[in-house]
Design a protein around this ligand. Structure first.
Ligand SMILES: Nc1ncnc2c1ncn2[C@@H]1O[C@H](COP(=O)(O)OP(=O)(O)OP(=O)(O)O)[C@@H](O)[C@H]1O
Ligand SMILES: [Mg+2]
Length: 345
């Protein structure tokens, strides 16, 4: 039986802008199991980054976590703690140490004024993994070896601008793993990089995950990357999860029309894409999201009901969930009588 490490319930984040309240994510719920790679996938603006940042309350003004719980099973024996409730000082001990982030743009994650080694050392010093910066720099040499930064002894002394984008991301990754985190959240870790470097970084992440036995939350808009890396996937659309399941089940039998469209638009995993152009229409404005199912304006199957009422989440197969009125009749029914997923043109 897989053990949950995070249990996210009803997570809701709004941004209070001059133009209106942006309902960035609404009622997002999912569990993360220990040791798995869990992918969050969806088009640009669907709420992937906001979801991942909200897990450790990294939402800045004008944003606010309106409601929800993020239960973290910190130790085997004790009951979980709610990361949205604990004092900020306690959370700071967890963030970066037990739950570490790798962001999309390595340049933005590194300070141009400090050496690469110093920055990795500082991540450890902050969390008292080392007691002196110098000791941390020595450890950074070993970490650089692990993440295949060439000339580690020399490169702990160089500055970020002296390295390529791919190498900078390796420095960021070594800082992220330096405190041996339980959970690594990688938000589009390869999007800013060249195609060939992307594949190398993904390979590195996979290797490190096995070696450190960590749990990974991988954010991407690339279904090809999901197929290569993930055990389970949650598909987000306009601030909500519309489908969730293990990747075999979701890739073999995608139920939600949006998931099916995403899969049809599956790009070459090595190709850099900014958005999935082949799905007609665009993600709705989240100040006034469409009523009912938020996907209905783009859905070829939409009925009047879809326009008025939000579909409930139905567990359609073991651990495979979908929020779509097309499968309403299956709720609570014999799973064996399950109809085939819809065909989307
Ligand atoms: N600081 C902010 N102020 C107002 N709205 C915001 C802010 N940050 C995010 N949003 C809104 O929240 C929604 C979700 O954004 P988010 O960055 O999570 O999307 P994403 O899925 O990560 O997209 P991408 O693939 O482009 O990274 C978007 O509608 C976005 O406009
Ligand atoms: Mg994002």
């Amino acid at each position: 039986m897989p053990k949950p490490i995070l249990d996210v319930q009803d997570l809701t984040v709004h941004f209070y802008t001059y133009a209106g309240v942006v309902k960035a994510i609404e009622g997002v719920s999912f569990k993360i199991f220990e040791g798995e790679t869990f992918a969050l996938v969806g088009e640009t603006g669907c709420g992937k980054t906001v979801t991942s940042r909200a897990l450790t309350r990294l939402i800045e003004s004008p944003g606010r976590i309106v409601r929800g719980r993020v239960l973290y099973y910190r130790t085997e024996s004790s009951s979980p703690i709610d990361l949205l409730k604990i004092p900020e000082e306690e959370l700071r001990e967890i963030r970066g140490k037990e739950i570490a982030y790798i962001f999309q743009d390595p340049t933005a994650s590194l300070d141009p004024l400090y050496t690469n080694g110093y920055q990795v050392s500082e991540a450890m010093y902050y969390h008292r993994t080392v007691s002196k910066i110098k000791e941390g720099i020595m450890r950074a040499v070993d970490l650089f070896k692990k993440v295949l930064v060439p000339n580690p002894e020399k490169n702990v002394e160089t500055f970020p601008h002296e390295l390529s984008g791919g190498m900078r991301q390796r420095v960021v990754i070594s800082a992220a793993i330096s405190n041996n985190p339980k959970i690594v959240i990688a938000d589009e870790p390869t999007t800013a990089l060249d195609v060939t470097v992307q594949a190398q970084i993904l390979e590195l992440l996979r290797k490190l995950k096995d070696e450190y036995n960590s749990t990974v939350i991988l954010i991407t808009h690339n279904m090809g990357v999901v197929a290569e890396m993930a055990d389970r996937v949650a598909v987000m659309y306009a601030g909500k999860i519309v489908e969730l399941g293990d990747i075999f089940s979701v890739f073999e039998k995608p139920y939600h029309p949006y998931t099916r469209a995403l899969l049809r638009a599956v790009p070459d995993p090595l190709k850099k894409i900014e958005r999935l152009e082949s799905i007609p229409g665009t993600v709705p404005n989240l100040i006034n999201p469409p009523p009912g199912c938020r996907f209905h304006p783009r859905c070829p199957y939409a009925t009047d009901k879809c326009k008025l009422k939000e579909p409930p989440v139905v567990e359609i197969e073991n651990g495979h969930y979908v929020a779509c009125w097309l499968y309403e009749k299956l709720e609570g029914k014999e799973k064996t009588s399950m109809q085939q997923p819809v065909e989307v043109q």
